[in-house]
Design a protein around this ligand. Structure first.
Ligand SMILES: [Zn+2]
Length: 63
């Protein structure tokens, strides 16, 4: 399986999927980073996310 990267907020336990090939995803990740500016953000692989993380991808990446 292909590895999927996410940008995760360790304070809020939320994440967005990273897709560097998609302009919408790039913008969504930037917005996510802005909204969690004072928090601990980390780029990691999806499989390394701990339990209880909620995807906010659909809130930040509009189709
Ligand atoms: Zn946060």
């Amino acid at each position: 399986m292909m590895s999927v990267n996410v940008k995760a907020c360790l304070n809020c336990h939320e994440y967005v999927l990273i897709n560097s090939a998609s302009f919408k995803h790039q913008n969504g990740v930037k917005e996510f980073e802005r909204d969690h500016g004072a928090h601990m953000l980390e780029t990691m692989q999806y499989v390394d996310l701990g339990d209880g993380y909620t995807s906010r991808t659909s809130n930040y990446v509009r189709s």
